[in-house]
Design a protein around this ligand. Structure first.
Ligand code: SAM
Ligand code: SF4
Length: 332
């Protein structure tokens, strides 16, 4: 396989692959899934761990060094540690991370750690059990908190918390979460609500913008200074509290789009390759993996997908069209 990096027509080098291991989830965040009648892909359509690992191997041959496991909820996929072990053993992987809602983390963290996982992002929007129930339609707040405690005890790191910033909802949680992060040595990452929910609820007025969050944090806790990002292609802009105690990050696709620095491709659980979370087109690789196609042929498809990549999403334009699949089905 060629050593030439995966470069798109805008010169962006792609070294970051997000692999969704399932489209299923054990909770029902309203900004991602419908409350009832969720449509999941049939089991036979979902890639096996071996098929996913083969794809990761091909991608590392094209310069991918970072892999994030996501979903749906990755921990509802049986024996996830088997996949972690497979990926961790692939030469060329320098950074392996997991994004989870944390509900099953207390039970599974030990096995994941043993399999080689260290980096974990846990999704938590609130420190209130009542608001957690309202947002996720499930009463699992205490299980997530137990998951956070467990990964801390086991020595995972860095641990980050992902908080979806929805206006007129999570304002009471912004400052308490940042304080919690400061106490626990965990970075809170506020993610602007994106138009990827299954029910079409999104509109711009429902997004709590990064600048508004920054103002709330500075007036309640203290000044924040931007961090010169070690990785200029990271999606989050990071800030440290001036008193030296911790920091926060913002993923702000609505108010601070980061498309110009994008280095990501995504493999969905049903084996489609996407060049963007918001892409309206995707390319099947499951058929190639299952038909035993030569790895060079699959690598050529990956190159072509990257070559087709657009300059960026159009969330802020009237032209914007949301992708036909919601977040849990694409893989966040
Ligand atoms: N189930 C796992 C979780 O919740 O972390 C992994 C998959 S989830 C789709 C990945 C991330 O997407 C979550 O951490 C959540 O913060 C974020 N997310 C989901 N829906 C979103 C939306 N409409 N806008 C912004 N972020 C969203
Ligand atoms: Fe599940 Fe994650 Fe979507 Fe919430 S954001 S419904 S936890 S996949």
């Amino acid at each position: 396989m060629g050593a030439t990096p995966l470069v798109d027509t805008f010169g962006r080098v792609h070294d970051n692959l997000r692999v969704s291991v399932t489209d299923r989830c054990n909770i029902r965040c309203f900004y991602c899934m419908p409350g009832e009648e969720v449509r999941y892909a049939p089991h036979g359509e979902i890639l096996s761990f071996e098929e996913m690992a083969q794809f990761v191997r091909i991608a590392t041959g094209l310069g991918v060094t970072k892999v994030r496991i996501t979903g749906g909820e990755p921990l509802v996929r049986k024996d996830l540690e088997v996949f972690v072990r497979l990926v961790a053993a692939i030469p060329g992987i320098r950074d392996l991370a997991l994004t989870t809602n944390g509900v099953l983390l207390a039970e599974q963290a030990g096995a994941l750690y043993e399999a080689g996982l260290r980096r974990v992002n846990i999704h938590l929007d609130t420190l209130s059990r009542e608001r957690f129930l309202r947002i996720t339609r499930r009463d699992n707040f205490h299980r997530v908190m137990k998951g956070i405690e467990t990964v801390q005890r086991l020595g995972f790191g860095p641990i980050k918390i992902n908080t979806v910033a929805v206006k007129n909802l999570v304002e009471p949680d912004i400052v308490p979460l940042a304080r919690f992060g400061r106490e626990q040595g965990i970075e809170i990452r506020y993610i602007e609500f994106m138009p990827l929910d299954a029910q079409g609820l999104w509109d711009r007025s429902k997004v709590l913008l990064a600048d508004d969050i920054l103002t709330m944090l500075e007036s309640e806790i203290g000044p924040l200074d931007p961090v010169d990002n070690a990785d200029p292609r990271a999606s989050a802009t990071e800030y440290r509290f001036r008193d030296g105690k911790g920091g926060v990050g913002f993923i702000a696709p609505v108010s601070r789009p980061f498309c110009l620095n994008c280095n990501r491709i995504r493999l969905t659980a049903d084996g489609k390759l996407r060049y963007c979370l918001f892409a309206l087109e995707e390319t099947d690789v499951k058929g190639l993996l299952r038909s035993g196609a030569p790895e060079e042929e699959i690598a050529a498809v990956v190159r072509e997908v990257v070559r087709q990549k657009w300059l960026g999403h159009e969330i802020n334009s009237t032209q914007f069209v949301a992708p036909p699949r919601p977040m849990h089905s694409i893989g966040g």
